[in-house]
Ligand binder design. Structure first.
Ligand SMILES: [Zn+2]
Length: 146
């Protein structure tokens, strides 16, 4: 029996994306490939928890976007960049020049957006941990003064 793993980026579930060739709404489309020990991304996908790993091949299902009307495929990362250009220009359909001219700025925007997002996430996690610690100590009869 093969090991199975699947990944879907969170943004893929929460945001709607549109095809840059025809403007139609994109659908998620699963693609399955086998990751073998020794492949560059094997360690990342063979993870079964913090410390344990699968042994042997991993059958990995990844999601990308597919346009049902013009059959265009787009990886999630690429579609994020295209989506920023679409918003900036105020239209879904992009020409090759539109993409070429705006790609670099869009990639920078995406990176900036992600680092802000991760920063907030880290801060929220820290606050949640401190609150949990506070209540655990309080429940155990410790007096806490600020
Ligand atoms: Zn399309």
């Amino acid at each position: 029996m093969a090991n199975r793993s699947s990944t879907v980026p969170l943004g893929m579930l929460f945001y709607k994306f549109h095809c840059h060739k025809c403007g139609e709404k994109l659908v998620r489309s699963p693609r399955t490939r086998t990751v073998k020990p020794g492949d560059p991304d094997y360690a990342e996908h063979s993870r079964l928890g913090a410390h344990s790993h699968f042994i042997g091949d991993v059958e990995l299902t990844e999601y990308c976007f597919k346009c049902l009307s013009c059959d265009t495929f787009a990886e999630y990362e690429e579609q994020c960049v295209l989506s920023i250009i679409q918003k900036k220009l105020g239209r879904a359909v992009l020409s090759a020049d539109d993409i070429k001219e705006n790609r670099e700025t869009a990639q920078k925007t995406l990176q900036k957006r992600r680092s802000v997002y991760h920063c907030c996430l880290r801060l929220l996690t820290l606050v949640a941990l401190l609150l949990a610690l506070y209540f655990v100590l309080k429940a155990n009869g410790f007096e806490i003064h600020f």
